[in-house]
Design a protein around this ligand. Structure first.
Ligand code: FES
Ligand SMILES: [Fe+2]
Length: 347
């Protein structure tokens, strides 16, 4: 179940260059590359002639030459050369997908190109804002993308999965507040006078308890930012506090595998490269703890012959709202597609 009319992260900007790169997103094969002017192009990685993989071909200037019979497509997907004949068949074209490069990531619109709307990008500008420094990566995960969004919208698991880094038992005692605005879900947890988790202590050397905030925002299809703050308890002393954003985009490869794009971007000790490395390593380790849980969970869901429904608890309220939004948007786009087919048949 995938939203088509939405932005997905296809790659980090630095991953795409003058070679052909294949990516699968929501079950569709794509070939990505940069033009000589530096613009990122995404075409369907399926040659319209005999469906060979275009990413196995080669770049000729800004055009892609299929490696099977040499038919060539420019960066708009238009066919510009058919070996051995002058005339180009009218339907010989590769499908092109709208692409935007922003905040270090390459975003792709997988649905109707006419509906591509940049105002629907989540606000991830902290990935490269002045006064902030980001570190991050991309983790392949053998699990459905919604298991990852569930995980990020309910952080009570930190107490059980991440006790060595960002979790401790304090989180379990404080219930979340949540509300929905349009297609956004907001989840918040404020923990007062609580012991700092191990990584916070390592990074900011807190001596006593802290006040801690987690302010989470979900945007469709699967983008989640977490504004995490920790200040010495009872103070508003930001200079001795921790504030970072955990920015996450989950790109479904198919129903059971995903790419997990992530950054941690902070606004303190900007020049400290050793600290950047420490945070990057520790957060990667933390996320790999999630991956271990989620990949095992995926197998348990797939092999459940009774297909039992989940039994929900109070902490699931944010994840349930996010899943409802995705379900509603998928149903809406399916009914639009059915209407379009019906009007074509009638016409
Ligand atoms: S399959 Fe691409 S040119 Fe024949
Ligand atoms: Fe986690």
């Amino acid at each position: 179940m995938f939203i088509k009319n939405g932005w997905y992260v296809a790659a980090w900007g630095h991953e795409i260059g003058r070679e052909l790169t294949q990516r699968w997103i929501i079950g569709e094969p794509l070939v990505l590359y940069r033009t000589q002017a530096g613009e990122v192009v995404a075409l369907e990685d399926r040659c319209p002639h005999r469906r060979a993989s275009l990413s196995k071909g080669r770049l000729v200037g800004d055009a892609v030459q299929c490696g099977y019979h040499g038919i060539t497509f420019d960066c708009t997907g238009a066919c510009v050369h058919v070996p051995g004949q002058e005339k180009i068949p009218s339907s010989m074209a590769a499908r092109r997908f709208p692409v935007v490069e922003r905040w270090q990531w390459v975003w792709i619109w997988m649905g109707d190109p006419a509906a591509a709307d940049e105002s629907l990008l989540p606000d991830f500008h902290y990935n490269e804002a002045p006064g902030w420094v980001a570190t991050g990566g991309c983790i392949p995960v053998e699990a459905n993308y919604q298991l990852l969004t569930d995980n990020l919208l309910d952080l009570t698991h930190e107490a059980y999965v991440h006790g060595k880094t960002i979790g401790n038992s304090a989180i379990v005692d404080v219930p979340i507040e949540h509300h929905v605005e349009g297609n956004e879900v907001h989840v918040q947890r404020v923990m007062r006078n609580t012991p700092p988790p191990p990584l916070f202590k390592r990074v900011r050397h807190f001596e006593g308890n802290i006040d801690r905030w987690q302010i989470i925002r979900f945007n469709m299809p699967a983008h989640i930012s977490i504004d995490a703050r920790g200040l010495p308890a009872g103070t508003d002393d930001v200079s001795r506090g921790l504030r970072w954003f955990s920015i996450n985009s989950i790109t479904p490869i198919d129903e059971r595998s995903s790419l997990y794009f992530w950054t941690i971007t902070r606004c303190f000790d900007l020049e400290d490269e050793a600290l950047t490395k420490l945070i990057g390593d520790q957060i990667y380790k933390t996320f790999m703890e999630d991956v271990e849980v989620l990949e095992a969970q995926q197998i348990m869901i797939e092999t459940d012959q009774r297909q039992q429904p989940d039994v929900s608890i109070r902490a699931d309220s944010g994840t349930i709202s996010a899943r409802r939004i995705v379900q509603k948007l998928v149903e809406e786009s399916n009914s639009t597609a059915v209407r379009q087919v019906a009007s074509r048949v009638a016409g």
